[in-house]
Structures are given as C-alpha cells and as structure tokens.
Design a protein around this ligand. Sequence first.
Ligand code: SAM
Length: 237
Amino acid sequence: GAWTAQIVTLFPEAFPGILGLSLTGRALSEGLWNLRTTDLRPFGIGKHRNVDDTPAGGGAGMVIRADVMDAALREAGGDLPVIYLSPRGKPFTQARARELANGPGMTLICGRFEGVDQRVLDAHDVEEVSIGDYVLTGGELAAQVLIDATVRLIPRVLGNQDSLAEESFSDGLLEHPQYTKPAQWEGRAIPEVLLSGNHAAIANWRSDMAERLTKERRPDLWRAYEQARMDPAKDRQ
Ligand code: SAM
C-alpha cells in the first residue's frame, strides 16, 4: 500500500490540519499517502479514562502511563518504525526525511505533559526524534513537521521533482536567493545576471550565492560540505 503515517495522540482532531491543504492535501486525497490516527484517550484508566499520572521520584507535572500508551500502540498495529517526538531526540534532518520517504511509513507518538513513561519507549524499541532545541506543549506540531518534510519527497507528490534537487540541504548547501517579476520593485532590481539568459553565468551566480550564504549562516554545514568535497567517497549527511 501507499506510504503511511500513523499517529498516536490525545488530539486526533489536530490531523490532517495543515497537511490536508496544498500539495500534501492533494496527495492525501489522491491516495499517494495514508494518514491514520489513534486516539489515546479511550485507552485511559477508569471512568475518566486517565492517561497520565504523577512522576516517579516527585516533581512537577504528569507523565503518560506506559500501559495506556502500550495499549494504543498495539491497537495502531503494523510494523512501521516507531518514533517518539521528543526534545531529547536526535535532531531531524533532510537526510532522515529522505530515509523515511523511502520506507513504508512511520508510527508517531505525540507526547504531552512531561512526556511518556520510558518503559514503553524501551519495550517498543522507539526512536526519539527532535525538531529543534526548544520545548513545545505537545508532539502534534512536531509530528506534522516530520510528515510534511517526508511526504513531499514521495514520488509524484511534488508536481516538479526538479525543485527537490536544487533546494536547501539537497547538496549540503543552503539555497541561493529567489526572485520573480517585476524586474524593478520599489527601487530594488533583480540581480542583472538572472535576466541575462546566460545559463552558465546564472548557474555560477547561484552556486556562489549558495556557498556564501552557507559560509555566513551555517559554518557547521559549510565544514561538512568542504569535508565531503575533499573526500567524496564519504557519505554526506
Ligand atoms: N519534559 C520534557 C523534556 O524536558 O524533555 C518536555 C515535554 S514537552 C512539554 C511535551 C511533549 O511535546 C513531548 O513529550 C514531545 O512529544 C513534544 N515536544 C516538545 N518539544 C519537542 C521538540 N523540540 N521536538 C519534538 N517533540 C517535542
């Protein structure tokens, strides 16, 4: 079947959300990918279907129970890789998005409160993935980030697959600046070379700009790019 995103969440109504619009939304209704949500709430304990309890060892907040999350994961089923969105996770990258797009899909666990009992993460061999060094209220927005970045890499989702080859991170660099009509706007002109029709000169300008921007803004990416250029056999991330 098509690539599948399966999400365990207390807020299934948050999906598809923005993913239901534009390219990802069209691809969803065309069946190029599937979206399934599993509501955590019905697996909760007692009359109030409690999903959380106080942290062992004390302290503020609540933790999602292992038994409740386990029941939801079993119900969701399948043998997709399971990812817990977490600020403690490995940073998400374009390379990881590409790997996930080449696979069958992913099961995403959205945390809330102080997070999820570690034992259920261990028991299900869950990978932790972060979308950046900041703390969100819940995993739902992070799940949408992973899905959006991945789904657009599935064949036929983007109308023009060429745009993938040139964009930021595809070659280890940030992309060059973009311009469109009008040629003059409020006293600002489009760089002349872009209107010259000289394809070699345009390609040169673009790669110069990409290198300059990457050097200035992302010395970490620049170092990795130079390393890979010196040793092309080594796989660039
Ligand atoms: N106590 C946790 C900590 O300090 O690592 C933070 C929990 S956070 C308030 C609640 C949930 O939001 C997390 O369980 C996770 O699912 C999600 N979340 C927060 N920040 C995230 C990030 N940077 N990347 C991915 N998920 C995040």
